[in-house]
Design a protein around this ligand. Structure first.
Ligand code: ARG
Length: 475
């Protein structure tokens, strides 16, 4: 129950405000407004920001130089205590910023600790912390993405000559080299990484110095703080710097798109490891069993990876919804930006990693995959039509000729490859002996255009993928 008759004693509670209140907040209000259980995850960023701030304040002689060492040592100790799980989290201390400051006061005294918040507000402080966190999360993605791309390239290289049916509408369409199919995901991930790099330039801006909303009223050196924290620029407008979270939204959007790509890859791992497809087997280390059916070997990791995109899309929509219609500048609504951010970082990192190790252990059943092409009666139908085009028929006419052939074959229960020269010529006189019994290898080789599945092109694409990975690693 709320104890509304509590006498107010803000300092004793470790709150940073309170002297203008006659009574303490109700217990339920404390619990409702506190964010420490979530934003404790920002303690490193928060303390790094405080260190840079303190050094700058002392260098600018805004605070007594004599207090600088005590403040820095105290911050070190607070950081160690939090890292060791030794800091008690208390709702009445609201958030990470207040916890650090209150504990600092206990360690170095209220007088010394009282200088820390000079020329800054929790509004620019929290923007700083989440920018630092988001920048780290992006850098983490920019390690995880190339690692998965490398696993894709290696799987492709291990199965360089393997072909399988390519699908449209999940109906067999035309043969593809497996490597070509896998490199499709390489390209998606390449664009994902580019989105993260692009977002990073906008995250990489120092908001500190904006204070509550109007800017600090002391001669602070924002450039020095930016330099210490590795930011490429300082924010140009104090109101914007404390009010917007578009940098988180961009990160969430990039993560959501990446996870959508990963869900498609996961779906193919699920499909292809089924008995119906049987194109690949996941390693035992990356499958799970059933509690009732002794024979089961399930692709749970791929299923879970497939599911993750939903949660992260939700986080993106939740944040955009929070931001929509908010008046400038800071509003407490913004405190709710963190769960989604933290969950997304963990989800993305975990999904990228588990899929990369899963691919490392994939065994591809090339006989089975190639049989799905070679045993299909009509998968080369386009090639028969293309053949006639090369003999001078307009494509639409060629399409119609082959369509009729397909219909006849279907009625007679055979495939295009079984047709004799006489049977082919009965449908069109342009067919010659080289049209009899076309093969998947011929169909693959024919698609010799940039971006096509011809083996020479795919080899080139693999080499190019390797080159791009190396260039990126050199960075
Ligand atoms: N915990 C807050 C957040 O995460 C920090 C800023 C609070 N500012 C304030 N004036 N209440 O957004």
């Amino acid at each position: 129950m709320a104890r509304l008759d509590d006498t107010n004693n803000a300092a004793q509670q470790g709150r940073t405000w309170g002297s203008r209140f006659a009574r303490q907040p109700a217990e339920a209000v404390r619990a409702f407004t506190a964010s420490i259980e979530t934003d404790i995850a920002l303690y490193r960023q928060d303390i790094a920001g405080s260190r840079a701030h303190v050094r700058m304040l002392a260098a600018q002689e805004i605070i007594p130089r004599s207090q600088c060492d005590a403040l820095l040592q105290g911050l070190d100790q607070v950081e160690q205590e939090i890292a060791a799980g030794a800091l008690e989290l208390r709702d009445e201390r609201e958030d990470i910023h207040t916890h650090v400051e209150a504990r600092l006061a206990e360690i170095i005294g209220e007088e010394a600790a009282g200088w820390l918040h000079t020329g800054r507000s929790r509004n620019d402080q929290v923007a700083l912390d989440t920018r630092l966190y988001t920048r780290d999360a992006i850098d983490d993605a920019l390690v995880g993405i190339p690692a998965l791309q490398t696993a894709l390239v290696e799987l492709a290289e291990r199965n360089l000559d393997v072909y399988l049916p390519g699908y449209t509408h999940l109906q067999r369409a035309q043969p593809l080299l497996l490597a070509h199919h896998l490199l499709a995901y390489f390209e998606m991930l390449d664009r994902d990484a580019a989105r993260f790099r692009d977002a990073r330039t906008r995250v990489d801006v120092l908001p500190l110095g904006s204070a509550a909303l109007a800017g600090a009223a002391h001669p602070i050196d924002r450039e020095a703080v930016a330099k210490e924290l590795g930011f490429r620029a300082v924010s140009a407008n104090s109101v914007d710097a404390v009010a917007d979270r578009d940098y988180i939204a961009e990160y969430l959007a990039a993560a959501a798109i990446t996870l959508v790509h990963l869900s498609r890859l996961s779906e193919e791992l699920v499909l292809w490891s089924s008995a119906e497809f049987g194109f690949l087997a996941l390693d035992d280390t990356h499958t799970t069993g059933s509690s009732i059916m002794p024979q089961k070997k399930n692709p749970d990791i791929a299923e879970l990876a497939r599911a993750k995109s939903g949660r992260v899309m939700g986080h993106l929509v939740a944040l955009l919804t929070t931001l929509k219609g908010l008046p400038l500048a800071y509003n407490r609504d913004l405190q709710d930006d963190k769960q989604g951010l933290f969950d997304t970082a963990a989800t993305l990192s975990g999904t990228l990693h588990v899929l990369a190790t899963a691919l490392d252990g994939v065994r591809f059943d090339s006989a089975r995959a190639q049989a799905a092409v070679d045993g299909d009666p009509f998968i080369l139908a386009t090639d028969y039509a293309d053949y006639l085009v090369r003999k001078g028929l307009p494509f639409r006419k060629a399409h119609a000729v082959v369509g009729e052939l397909v219909r006849r074959c279907e009625a007679e229960g055979k495939g295009l490859a079984h047709l004799t020269l006489a049977e082919l010529q009965a449908s069109h006189s342009s067919f010659e002996v080289d049209a009899v019994g076309m093969t998947a290898r011929q169909a693959l080789a024919a698609r010799d255009v940039p971006g096509g599945t011809a083996p020479a092109r795919v080899r080139q694409a693999l080499a190019d993928a390797r080159k791009r990975l190396n260039a990126e690693a050199q960075g």
